[in-house]
Design a protein around this ligand. Structure first.
Ligand code: NAP
Length: 279
């Protein structure tokens, strides 16, 4: 029979993604027993296949809930809520939700986590800096032109390492239950500012090319990007980026007692890894 310590597993959904893999690394570094929840994991977990949910929840005490593809999608709150109910019924006592700022659907998901009946912490995050290096904007950076339907509205990009540090604290320490942390970086940057920082860090010319929403969506559709992805990106670059999130938040400081990392430091460190060196 296993002892109590061995039975405590922390499940990290999206555990190979931008924040999840950092949470997994940190938990493993602390010697915590971790289970990765993703389609490619040893025990596959798929948000779109509920028959995969119960098995990954066995012996789990706490869950880092990173939904995919995006909490802003219609139907996402219901899916997250159904998962939370099953998690609580399976004996989970702590839920930590990765959420997004200024998104109606994300806030509906937050409410379902908050009312699930166990300890909860919400990480309501700004845009991740790592979208430029570990996601869809990397290719544009490599090509030297980041074409987006954005203007002068600034965003306080947050570093995924800061999100993971807050997640680690919320998953493993006391004092974070019932906290809604709004997580941002320490500085407001336009997309042009952000691309400028990456240009400086890499020593290469990279331009931000603003386009109309119509041109942007037209180009994506012509590349064969599925309609629902085009719709999601349009929503993120227009509605969510309409100025509603153009202010700094104090969640990193509140949760960790230290300031968040600046975008320039992210850009320097990412450049050092060679992620923008191309092929
Ligand atoms: N990106 C941002 O700037 C941002 C800002 C605020 C909030 N958020 C929120 O953060 C969450 C994660 O977004 P992200 O962009 O950071 O993605 P991400 O975590 O980098 O996404 C990839 C992860 O999701 C897993 N995954 C993909 N499809 C899945 C499926 N059907 N079922 C289960 N797991 C699946 C992947 O593993 P497998 O491929 O192995 O399944 C991988 O672990 C979203 O809910 C989003 O709303 C993002």
């Amino acid at each position: 029979m296993r002892n109590e310590q061995e039975q405590k597993v922390i499940l990290v959904l999206g555990g190979t993604g931008k924040t999840g893999r950092r949470v997994v690394e940190r938990l493993r570094g602390r010697g915590v027993s971790v289970r990765v929840g993703s389609r490619s994991a040893a025990q596959p977990f798929d948000w779109t296949d509920r028959t995969t949910w119960a098995t990954v929840l066995q012996d789990v005490d706490a869950v880092y809930v990173s939904f995919y593809p995006d909490l802003a999608l219609p139907g996402a709150p219901e899916t997250v809520g159904a998962f939370a109910d099953l998690a609580v019924a399976s004996g989970v006592s702590r839920l930590v939700l990765l959420s997004g700022r200024g998104e109606e659907e994300a806030e509906a998901a937050e409410k379902l986590i908050q009312s699930a009946g166990v300890d909860w912490t919400i990480l309501r995050s700004s845009w991740f800096s790592q979208n430029f290096s570990e996601d869809y904007l990397r290719e544009s950076v490599l090509g030297g032109e980041v074409v987006l339907p954005v203007g002068a509205v600034p965003e306080p990009f947050v570093d995924a390492d800061d999100i993971a540090d807050v997640a680690l604290a919320a998953l493993t320490e006391d004092g974070h239950a019932g906290q809604l942390y709004e997580l941002s970086g320490p500085r407001l940057l336009t997309f042009a500012d952000a691309v400028g920082e990456i240009s400086r860090a890499t020593g290469r010319r990279i331009d931000l090319v603003p386009v109309s929403v119509e041109d942007y969506t037209g180009a994506l559709a012509a590349e064969g990007v599925p309609a629902e992805v085009v719709e999601l990106l349009t929503y993120l670059f227009t509605t969510v980026l309409d100025g509603r999130n153009a202010q700094l938040a104090d969640g990193v400081q509140r949760a960790l007692g230290r300031p968040p990392r600046d975008f320039a430091d992210y850009a320097k460190d990412a450049a050092t890894t060679g992620i923008w060196d191309g092929v």
